[in-house]
Design a binder for this molecule. Structure first.
Ligand code: SAM
Ligand code: DTB
Ligand code: SF4
Length: 332
């Protein structure tokens, strides 16, 4: 494979034994005959993971709506008329009560999301208390709070934060069509701050926003060329939200979605590829194909942040039919 790649700031020459892919290599893999692509993805998957285990994470929106950013897909932007009611930051005790319920129902990782451009200084004490409290419950912690500077990332790390989710969302080329209030480079800066503070990175994007195939490939190439592969790579299928600019976007063709998962698995062999938003619109068969293509992580529960998710009963039934077991903590 050709090791040359000059894409953007994230594509600095790297040391280490990670496989290197040119954009053309990645595109060629994406375009393989479907059976060859899936065979390759499943082979890489089996070399790195137990193919019958899927990691489960639970999400809670700790601060919903009223966000100043203009992300074209999002129900929580105050610039769109999605009809979502904004609320203030949840009280720490309420968050911990919800986390305890999730733990008692079997969750081992708790992800907390806030509709912020970035956390304000006045909110940091509460956020730190949430991390400490969830850790005390014996769960891993993940947060997604928008942009972070290095000092903020270090403070979250000291509180015990295990993972931080911050997505690049799409390719650098298509990015400005979707978001104008923060740049692609801003996103890479936050990812660098998270990484430098020692928190594990969770970073992925959305497909089905009207992008081209080349954008999906470029997004994954950017992720694969970060100085370290993200620990988790969430691949979201757009949930079209009425009142947002992408509310009537055409759905992505399912096979294209599965190809995106397969390429993520092949290019980032040791990352948890998370089949994230959009599962309520997928058939069981499509989800099974995504697991076969190397997805090995999902969000569980009836709601994501504001939108629907299949819920525990459906997922339990699907896992039973597929012979899939939850991944145990530490067995990753
Ligand atoms: N406000 C923070 C931020 O954007 O950095 C954190 C929360 S934000 C909702 C987390 C991610 O969810 C977004 O980056 C996007 O990838 C995904 N997301 C949001 N709305 C979505 C939708 N309607 N469909 C699919 N994914 C979505
Ligand atoms: C991610 O990539 N997907 C999750 C998580 N990170 C925070 C969020 C999906 C949000 C879907 C739309 C909603 O619930 O509002
Ligand atoms: Fe705000 Fe995050 Fe939604 Fe963008 S994705 S509008 S930053 S909550």
């Amino acid at each position: 494979m050709n090791a040359d790649l000059h894409l953007n700031a994230a594509a600095e020459p790297l040391t280490g034994a990670r496989p290197r892919w040119s954009r053309a290599d990645a595109q060629a893999i994406y375009d393989l005959p479907f059976n060859d692509l899936i065979f390759q993805a499943q082979t890489v998957h089996r070399e790195n993971f137990d193919p019958n285990r899927v990691q489960l994470s639970r999400l809670l929106s700790i601060k919903t709506g009223g966000c100043p950013e203009d992300c074209g897909y999002c129900s929580q932007s105050s610039r769109h008329e999605s009809g979502l009611k904004a609320s203030k930051l949840m009280e720490v005790q309420r968050v911990l009560a919800e986390a305890k319920k999730a733990r008692d129902a079997g969750a081992t990782r708790y992800c907390m999301g806030a509709a912020w451009r970035s956390p304000k200084e006045r909110d940091m004490d509460a956020v730190v208390a949430m991390i400490e409290g969830v850790k005390d419950l014996g769960m891993e912690t993940c947060m997604t709070l928008g942009m972070l500077d290095l000092g903020q990332a270090q403070r979250l790390k000291e509180a015990g934060l295990d993972y931080y989710n911050h997505n690049i969302d799409t390719s650098e080329r298509y990015y400005n069509e979707i978001i104008t209030t923060r740049t692609f480079a801003d996103r890479l800066d936050t990812l660098a701050n998270v990484r430098d503070s020692g928190i594990k990175v969770c970073c992925g994007g959305i497909v089905g926003m009207g992008e081209e195939k080349a954008d999906r490939v470029d997004m994954l190439v950017t992720l694969a060329y970060l100085p370290e592969h993200p620990d988790s790579v969430p691949i979201n299928m757009l949930i079209p939200i009425e009142g947002t600019p992408l509310g009537d976007a055409d759905p992505i063709e399912p096979i294209e979605f599965v190809r995106t998962i397969a390429l993520a698995r092949i290019m980032m062999p040791k990352s948890h590829v998370r089949l994230s938003a959009g599962r309520t619109a997928m058939s069981d068969e499509m989800q099974a194909l995504c697991f076969f293509a190397g997805a090995n992580s999902i969000f569980v529960g009836d709601t994501l942040l504001t939108a629907e998710n299949p819920g525990e009963d459906k997922d339990t039934a699907l896992f039973r039919r597929l012979g899939i077991q939850p991944m145990e903590r530490g067995a990753e």
